[in-house]
Design a protein around this ligand. Sequence first.
Ligand SMILES: [Cu+2]
Length: 275
Amino acid sequence: MLAVVAGVVLAAPVPASAHGALTNPVSRLAACGAEGDSAGMAACVAARKASRNDFEDWDNLRLPNVDGRDREVVPDGKLCSAGLSRYQGLDLPREDWPVTTLTAGADLTFAYRGTIPHKGTFRLFVTRDGYDPTEPLAWSDLETKPFLTAKDPTMRGGAYRIKGELPSDKTGRHLIYTAWQNSDTPDTYYSCSDVIFKAAKTTKVAPSAGESAPATGEVTEAPATEAAAPPAAADPEPVSATSALPMIGGGAALIVLFGAAYAILLHRTRRDRRG
Ligand SMILES: [Cu+2]
């Protein structure tokens, strides 16, 4: 009996047990999956129904042995499912997919949630001008070269963080297609993320914008609001407010002390929260 079980296990190509999906900007599968924020949206309901799948396995959209031949192996019109019938609802051409608004040309820390870590290379493609979400997605709809490539990025807070620059020449509705080709398994994972590029404001977005991008599938505006706080709190030494204080004896010293203690505390809390 034991031998039979062992034989079966050996005969099957040993699959990696789990995996991941792009969560910032959120992918269709991460948004519509069991742990996604948008599972109740009409597009997600339709996608699960068409796939006959509750997307409990939102982190498992992968093909073995593609080896970089994505365009040969994944059929046109089925890019978002990678041709897998249990995900075919992700290919539905519709314009009401959960969508993330991004600033063209801005720096962004992409997040790819990894439920079990793997080694590998991420390649992120963007759609060409004139992309229409109501048409089936074909390879010819994507720019030939990835706008971002990352090998073995750092995992932090349960997600790979990939710092990059968004394409600067895109406006309006687009799709970001991510392929994660593992080097420690035979698998390549695929994700479709629906985005809207808005034009950059007059000045360039600060480089640290997006640093505190959410780890889970959260549909967000361009993450500029949260980015202002962490750098100041991270370094308790040169608290700029104290240098502006006139030296008025013991009282000022106390204020400086409390300020430094508070900054350190704040730093700790943030780190804990990030895990
Ligand atoms: Cu895996």
